[in-house]
Write a protein that binds this ligand. Structure first.
Ligand SMILES: NC(=O)c1ccc[n+]([C@@H]2O[C@H](COP(=O)([O-])OP(=O)(O)OC[C@H]3O[C@@H](n4cnc5c(N)ncnc54)[C@H](O)[C@@H]3O)[C@@H](O)[C@H]2O)c1
Ligand SMILES: [Zn+2]
Ligand SMILES: [Zn+2]
Length: 410
């Protein structure tokens, strides 16, 4: 038979292929028929080569909503027909890390071993690798833990945001210790940044300052009540200080990661030395580049957001980093952070820990995921959708991919 899936072939080279449908391998597995998937900023890092180590042939995607098709004999809490959301990262549910909520640090789930890194769908060699969720069907390991039931009241185009970006944004706000009355700064107004704004408000933040340069993304942030800064026309560090009587923001979240850009206009433009440093970092994080024929757009300043975050945070403040950095990234302004006595928390989201609570938030109307979802595309046009998202075309903020066997509802 075969199914359609987005398959990684090489840097800047992804294709919609017909591949074999997954089968149950372990008694703890389930097979899910996906009714919605999505493209994440993390997928872009992998296609651009700034999150290296992808194995050709891996199915991409780590966001999924669907219907349980089949369960292994040890999956006793789900049955065919159940509607579920799949957390992006994979935990076993039993090890000491999982039991404390550190699902992304699970000792068991990653076949490459307990110190290889977070196990997740559609990731590089060291993450498993596990075939991803931009497909018609997927195999979910440790399905008793890695599936979360969905109420009928949450439609697919809202539920798909629960798979990765809402938990990640909530995690980011918690890492930055956001609480009632706080002033928060969030770097990046992509889908994750948008939900950082919403989650900070849920946690009681008084003010959120949001930094990006893409007009439609800044506009969406303003609509949520954030005060916005375009880094190509103003210096984020200066503006954040002037908005806070020189204090800085006590809680800062990096929702950009390795593909950060430097300003190409305005007062924050880097000095020649900084440009040289960024060029060096680019080589360090992604030594292999697609020579020609690629229109994928890696960032040009891997440590830009780290520098701005540390520069704009108040003394004694807390920085939460959810923007992804590969293991090859080593630049961080440690001296400035030390001087300010910062607390720095970071990591891959422990999606499973937060999902049940966040499902309830969406059901109760505290979060409105459909405001951030701007595009509904058929899985069949996934490659064009990837390109538009990579180019950050105006209005393309979050893209849902709908497999052919499910109707697209707009
Ligand atoms: N830790 C986790 O578990 C986890 C989970 C999901 C996503 N992520 C990461 O979160 C990040 C955001 O994801 P997304 O889907 O929103 O990505 P995205 O690529 O859509 O958004 C990134 C945004 O950052 C902006 N940006 C670039 N340089 C900037 C700068 N110097 N200052 C401020 N903004 C800048 C871009 O214009 C863009 O709008 C990515 O790094 C992604 O890999 C992490
Ligand atoms: Zn993601
Ligand atoms: Zn575990």
């Amino acid at each position: 038979m075969g199914m359609k899936a987005v398959v990684y072939h090489g840097l800047g080279d992804i294709r919609l292929d017909t591949v074999r449908e997954p089968r149950i391998k372990e008694p703890t597995d389930a097979i899910i028929r996906l009714t919605a998937s999505a493209i994440c900023g993390t997928d872009l890092h992998m296609v651009r080569g700034t999150f290296p180590g992808m194995r050709p042939g891996t199915i991409l995607g780590h966001e999924g909503v669907g219907i349980v098709e089949e369960v292994g004999k040890d999956v006793r809490n789900f049955k065919p027909g159940d509607r579920v959301v799949i957390p992006s990262t994979i935990g076993c549910g039993n090890c000491a890390y999982c039991r404390q909520g550190y699902y992304a640090q699970c000792d068991i789930a990653n076949p490459k071993g307990k110190n290889a890194g977070t196990a997740f769908f559609g990731g590089p060699e060291l993450s498993g690798p596990f075939d991803g969720l931009q497909a018609e069907y997927a195999r979910v390991p440790f399905a008793n833990v890695n599936l979360v039931r969905l109420p009928d009241a949450i439609p697919d185009d809202e539920a798909i945001m629960l798979s990765d970006i809402i938990p990640t944004a909530y995690f980011g706000a918690l890492l930055a210790e956001v609480g009632p009355g706080d002033t928060v700064a969030v770097f990046g107004c992509g889908p994750v940044g948008q939900f950082v704004i919403a989650c900070s408000k849920i946690l009681g933040a008084e003010r959120v300052i949001a930094i990006d340069t893409i007009p439609t993304r800044l506009e969406m942030a303003r609509k949520q009540g954030a005060e916005t800064i375009d880094f190509n026309s103003a210096d984020p560090i200066e503006v954040i200080h002037s908005l806070t009587h020189g204090l800085g923001a006590y809680h800062v979240i990096d929702a950009v990661g390795v593909d950060a850009n430097q300003p190409h206009s305005g007062p924050a433009i880097p000095t020649p030395e900084q440009k040289k440093q960024f060029a060096h970092e680019q080589k360090q994080v992604a030594p292999v580049k697609k020579e020609k024929g690629g229109n994928w757009h890696p960032g040009d300043a891997p440590s830009q957001v780290a520098q701005w975050a540390v520069g704009s945070i108040a003394k004694g403040g807390t920085l939460g980093i959810v923007g992804v950095y590969p293991q090859t990234a080593t630049s961080f302004p440690i001296g400035a952070a030390m001087e300010k006595q910062l607390k720095i928390n970071m990591g891959n989201c422990n999606h499973r820990k937060y999902l049940p609570e966040l499902v309830r938030f969406v059901e109760a109307g505290l979060l409105a995921p459909s405001r951030v979802l701007t595009q509904h595309q058929q899985l069949l046009s996934a490659i064009d959708a990837y390109r538009a998202f990579d180019e950050r075309q105006p209005g393309w903020i979050k893209v849902e991919l709908v497999p052919a066997k499910s109707p697209v509802i707009v």
